[in-house]
Structure formats: structure tokens, C-alpha cells
Design a protein around this ligand. Structure first.
Ligand SMILES: Cc1cc2nc3c(=O)[nH]c(=O)nc-3n(C[C@H](O)[C@H](O)[C@H](O)COP(=O)(O)O)c2cc1C
Length: 391
């Protein structure tokens, strides 16, 4: 069973991620993990923090001589910014005069709900953990899940569909185009359509000028996923439900769509469902589809087409022209607190979305194929592929 947790505060010493249940014998590519972390730090509209950090996955346990050994994996990501926070956010009592209070909660952030829940007099500890700096830890272990999936021939990538009102419209972006996008060494808005990307950049420039923020939509695509991951047999084992929860768990994601789920609700069945053909040796079992509106999942089970999951992000809630709020102490009306912030994070959220999709698919694959070593997992996997071929 694949399980994972993260720990760490945004301005603490480090983030830590734990991954348990990965079979032994998976080759770990450090450069790949670090590139994944780099990808999460990119994108037009990021704040000053990303100029300070240059994340690298420091593996503490579970990997020896370059391969996983079946033991729990712990990864540490150093926070370079810690040196600026050691006195204001110490583990020990420290000097209360040096603490950096967050005096008025930001509408849309976790500040008020968190302070009420944990009975804090202000929001510093809340935002330290609610912050999406945490998503870096998920990307590190998501990288391991991607390396595992690669052994099964499965790849997971993302691209940006919309920033604010600028979008690629209804075009389905091919897998090849997404791969080409991923190979770029400069990330603007991670959009496969150059004209749309330019409009997205203008959208970010507009909010930068008006001291506002902007949300958008990313799409994660998982390629060459065999039919049969997830099941309709139990509500909590449905692949669509697991993916929706995983992607929704990312900071600022407020809706998740599988395939064309949202527009499908307003379309007739004939325009939605993906007609079936047969053309051996196509795909995994010879069955073909005319299109992929289902996003690769029917009945909570992968159907052999690309899995397409979209995450809808609300605009960032830290605004340089802050909204109305209330002082935690005096309860008088004041402007919401401002702390150095991103204004657009859609490409970065897409990379974190990839990590969540990869971890979910790796968990489902291990559920189906099992195995304590990669040799055992791959033997079972190949046996299943053979079964599909002979179906
Ligand atoms: C990659 C990424 C970076 C983010 N950066 C910021 C940021 O700099 N400032 C901010 O206010 N919110 C940022 N957010 C969003 C907040 O973390 C999020 O809105 C907040 O934790 C409240 O959670 P909720 O939006 O899910 O309700 C970011 C989100 C993501 C995915």
C-alpha cells in the first residue's frame, strides 16, 4: 500500500516528505527529481520567494546505491529562506519581540478559519502550514511515483488551459505537444498554444499593474495508462473519485474536472460519449475510441485512453491592494495583511497536480499488480498486459 505524508512550515528549516510502500529495486534518478522541483518553481507571475529557493531533493532514507530498498523513503527539502526566519520563527521559545505576527486575516486564505480552529491569537502559524510551499514536498515524492510509473510505460505531464479569461478554448492538446512543452528549459505559462500563452501573459501583466491576482485552469494528462486501474465496486476505490480528491487537495484548487465533465453536463449524450471501435492491435486490447471526452475513465475504471484531469484554481488571496479585514486584537476594520506573494501560479499548480495524479495512479497500480520488488511488480504487470492482448 502506497502511503505518504508531508511535514514542514513555509519559513521553517525544511520540508520533509515520507513515502511508504514503494517496491524495492526502483532506480532513483536524482537529476529527474530535482528537475521536477525546478519545474514547480517556474512560471510567469511567481513572487520573490522562488528567486530565493532552488529546491533539491535530499533523500534521507529508503534509497541505497541508487535504488529503493522497500523501506520508507524520507526526503528533505531545505528552505533557503530559513536564515531570514531563524529568529522570528524558532523552534524554541525565542524572543517574542522578534516574532512576525499576521495581524489581520486575508479573505480567501486559511488565516481566519485556521486561527479560530487552533485557537491562535493571530495567523502566523496558520499560513506557515497552509502555504503551498508544502506542495514542493509532494512534487519530490510525486517524482518517485513518476519514476515507478515509467517502468510500466506510463508518463504524467501537465499544461495550462487558462489564466483568468485567456484560454486555449476547446482545443484538445495532443500528448506529443505536451511532451514538447515539457522539454523547454524556460517556462512562461506552460501553454502549448503560443498565441494563447501570449494572451495569458498579458492577463498576468494586467493584474500585476492593478495589484490584483489571477487564477486559471491546468490539465494533467497521464499517457499509456492500461485499462483496469480503479474500480466501480466500491465508492472509495473509484479512480475518478481518488483523482478528484488528490487534485482538490492542492492549495487554491476549487474544482476538478475529468475529461470534458463540465461542458458534458450541458450536452446531449450523443455529443458526449466516446464511440467504440475495434482495430487490432491498437491500444491495449484492440479497442479504439473516436474521441476522449471521458478523460480515460468510465465507471471509476481507467479505460485505456489518456487520463485527463483539470484543476481549477481560484485567484491568489494575498493581494497587494488588500481587501477589507479585521484586526485580530482590536477587532477594528483594517486592510488584510500582505506578505510577499505570487500573483499567478497556474503552471506550478499543474506540476503539483502531476505529482498528485502520479501518486494516485502509482497507488492504484500497486493495488492491482502488487509486488515487494520491481521484478515482481513488472512480472505481474506484463502478465496482465498479455491477458489484455489475448482478450
Ligand atoms: C503553487 C502554489 C503557490 C501558491 N502561492 C501563493 C502565494 O504566494 N500567496 C497566496 O496567498 N496564496 C498562494 N497559493 C494559494 C494558497 O496556498 C491557498 O489559497 C491557501 O492555502 C488557502 O487554501 P485554499 O485556497 O485551498 O482554500 C498558492 C497555491 C499554489 C498551488
Amino acid at each position: 500500500m502506497l502511503r505518504y505524508f508531508t511535514a514542514g512550515e513555509s519559513h521553517g528549516e525544511a520540508l520533509v516528505a515520507f513515502l511508504s510502500g514503494m517496491p524495492a529495486g526502483l532506480k532513483v534518478d536524482q537529476a529527474f527529481l530535482d528537475r521536477e522541483l525546478w519545474r514547480r518553481q517556474q512560471g510567469y507571475g511567481r513572487g520573490g520567494r522562488m528567486k530565493i529557493e532552488r529546491d533539491t531533493a535530499h533523500i534521507l532514507s529508503g534509497v541505497r546505491h541508487g535504488i529503493t530498498i522497500g523501506s520508507p523513503i524520507a526526503i528533505l527539502l531545505e528552505n533557503k529562506d530559513w536564515k531570514n526566519w531563524e529568529e522570528s520563527l524558532p523552534v524554541g521559545e525565542g524572543d517574542p519581540g522578534k516574532h512576525k505576527r499576521v495581524a489581520s486575516p486575508r479573505p480567501g486564505h486559511a488565516d481566519l478559519a485556521g486561527a479560530l480552529k487552533y485557537n491562535f491569537s493571530e495567523a502566523r502559524y496558520v499560513l506557515e502550514r497552509a502555504s503551498a510551499r508544502e506542495s514542493a514536498a509532494r512534487v519530490a515524492i510525486g517524482g518517485l511515483a513518476k519514476l515507478f510509473l515509467r517502468e510500466l510505460g506510463i508518463e504524467v505531464l501537465s499544461h495550462v488551459i487558462a489564466v483568468g479569461v485567456s484560454s486555449i478554448e476547446k482545443k484538445e492538446i495532443s500528448w506529443e505537444k505536451i511532451v514538447a512543452l515539457h522539454e523547454r528549459n524556460e517556462v512562461l505559462l506552460n501553454c502549448a498554444d503560443a498565441d494563447a500563452e501570449q494572451h495569458m501573459k498579458e492577463e498576468v501583466d494586467r493584474v500585476l499593474k492593478t495589484r490584483d491576482s489571477v487564477g486559471g485552469v491546468f490539465e494533467v494528462v497521464a499517457h499509456r495508462v492500461p485499462p483496469g486501474l480503479g474500480t466501480y465496486a466500491q465508492w472509495d476505490e473509484r479512480l475518478d473519485a481518488l483523482l478528484a480528491a488528490a487534485v482538490m487537495s492542492l492549495q487554491a484548487v476549487k474544482a476538478v474536472e475529468i475529461g470534458t465533465g463540465i461542458s458534458s453536463a450541458a450536452s446531449p449524450g450523443s455529443a458526449v460519449h466516446d464511440e467504440i471501435g475495434y482495430e487490432a492491435p491498437a491500444g491495449f486490447a484492440g479497442f479504439t475510441r473516436t474521441r476522449n471526452n471521458a478523460g480515460g475513465i468510465e465507471g471509476g475504471v481507467s479505460n485505456g485512453e489518456d487520463i485527463r484531469v483539470r484543476g481549477y484554481l481560484k485567484p491568489i488571496s494575498t493581494l497587494r491592494r488588500p481587501l477589507e479585514s479585521v484586526d485580530f486584537t482590536s477587532r477594528e476594520p483594517v486592510k488584510a495583511a500582505y506578505e510577499r506573494s505570487d500573483v499567478c501560479v497556474v503552471p506550478a499548480a499543474g506540476v503539483a497536480g502531476e505529482a498528485m495524479v502520479a501518486l494516485t495512479l502509482a497507488g492504484c497500480a500497486l493495488e492491482k499488480f502488487g509486488g515487494d520488488s520491481m521484478g515482481e511488480t513488472l512480472r505481474n504487470f506484463r502478465g496482465y498486459l498479455e491477458q489484455l492482448k489475448n482478450y
